[in-house]
Design a protein around this ligand. Structure first.
Ligand code: UD1
Ligand code: UDP
Length: 369
């Protein structure tokens, strides 16, 4: 059994790390292909270093580009590697262009495809990731679903029952493996001069929020209103896409917004854990906030992670400042939070590798803790 592991962006590196570690620990032959969709040090190599991951065996160096250009380049560069390596299965994680291209390249070569985080749906076809998810699911032989919601969705789309495996989300493995290390090592609160539980944390990078000038202005307006009411510092480790758009649209950022470049995983865990509130349009951060017990305000009209809303950890506000203010008020006046964990028990990669090897996975009864 030889496994091909494909990554391309920050969240894929973080969420695939536990699978790489599991292959390494069990001595399973595997290789890593990195598309290099993300390439800046703080979006890429920082995570390989911090998470002590092996260097990718292949780096396709595709970089940024328009969707078809980027996807097509990955396909073209991936094919000869898969032909040469002949893996028994290729694993992809999530919903990026790298995922779609990796799954398609393998599928065309009749190599089995395993999709980690299968079955997520926002039902928003304007979102490039939604197309990537649907196509990848329908090309996959192993669909590693996070929970019963995703299992139901995949079955309703006609995907055969025996291809779907409910395993949880590897985001829980990564988070639980690094929480203590982050608490020990990170000095990020001191570096940013903020105190635990007295700042809000923001991230934003969805095309629908940051690529349209009026939408980015609306987001800045939402932060203004939040600051007017609470006078809290707002920490914003800014995604390179958003930074480029602020510059392109000539938008000023007020000084209460503590902008920083994207930061490493350990520091980011520490920042999330100690935030009073998280405001984000990220998929992974909605999950991590829920796992860390920090309330999340999602700057989107929809989410493919409805579980965090169902357990009471997350609320959708789009770019509506009044909705964000009333969510903040509700949570800040409550003070104490606890909810169920719908995202996994920290042993998800073990199950995925067991299933790839054809052995019985460890008991799944703890997935919905
Ligand atoms: C991509 C994924 C998105 C995922 C996100 C994680 C797709 C369609 N989008 O979005 O699903 O949530 O990654 O962060 O696959 N840039 C840099 N350095 C980098 C990477 C990007 O400066 O290392 C800048 C470039 O200006 C680039 C822009 O960010 O044009 C967008 O990068 P791209 O990979 O196209 O999309 P993301 O917004 O990062
Ligand atoms: N993250 C990080 N540093 C940052 C912002 C995010 O390490 O400055 C991590 C975060 O903990 C999560 C992942 O990156 O694991 C989320 O990535 P992103 O928001 O870029 O993508 P998405 O999850 O929306 O696809």
């Amino acid at each position: 059994m030889k496994i091909g592991i494909i990554v391309g962006t920050r969240p894929e590196i973080i969420k695939m790390a536990p699978v790489m570690r599991e292959c390494e620990n069990r001595g399973i032959p595997y290789f890593i292909i990195h598309s290099n969709q993300h390439y800046s040090e703080e979006m890429d190599s920082i995570f390989f270093n911090e998470l002590e991951l092996p260097k990718p065996h292949y780096n396709l160096g595709v970089g940024s580009g328009l969707h078809s250009n980027q996807t097509g380049n990955i396909l073209i560069k991936m094919e000869p590697i898969l032909v040469e390596e002949k893996p028994d299965i290729v694993l992809v994680q999530g919903d990026t262009n790298t995922v779609l291209a990796g799954a398609l390249a393998a599928s065309k070569l009749n190599i089995k495809v395993g999709h980690i985080e299968a079955g997520l749906r926002s039902y928003d076809r304007m979102m490039p990731e939604e197309t990537n998810r649907i196509l990848t699911d329908h090309m996959s032989d192993f669909l590693f679903a996070v929970g019963p919601n995703q299992e139901k969705i995949l079955k309703s789309e006609g995907i055969e029952h025996d291809k779907v495996h409910v395993v949880g989300n590897t985001v829980s493995d990564s988070l639980f493996q690094h929480l203590e290390i982050a608490a020990d090592k990170s000095q990020i609160l001191q570096e940013l001069d903020v105190k635990a539980n007295s700042y809000f944390l923001v991230t934003a990078h969805r095309a629908s929020n940051v690529d349209i000038p009026a939408h980015l202005v609306e987001l800045l307006g939402l932060f203004d209103k939040l600051h007017d009411k609470y006078s809290q510092p707002i920490v914003w480790p800014i995604h390179p896409r958003t930074k480029a758009k602020l510059e392109e649209f000539n938008l000023e950022v007020p000084s209460y917004l503590k902008l920083s470049p994207p930061i490493g995983y350990l520091d980011f865990i520490q920042l999330q854990k100690n935030a009073q509130l998280i405001l984000t349009d990220s998929g992974g951060i909605q999950e991590e906030a829920c796992l860390l017990g920090v309330p999340c305000i999602t700057l989107r009209e929809n989410t493919e992670r409805p579980e965090s809303i169902e357990v009471g950890a997350n609320v959708l506000v789009g770019r509506d400042a009044d909705k964000a203010l009333s969510a903040a008020e509700k949570w800040l006046s409550a003070g104490n939070f606890s909810w169920e964990n719908p995202f996994g028990d920290g042993h998800v990669a073990e199950r995925i590798v067991d299933i790839c090897l054809g052995s019985e996975p460890v008991e799944a009864e703890d997935i919905i803790a």
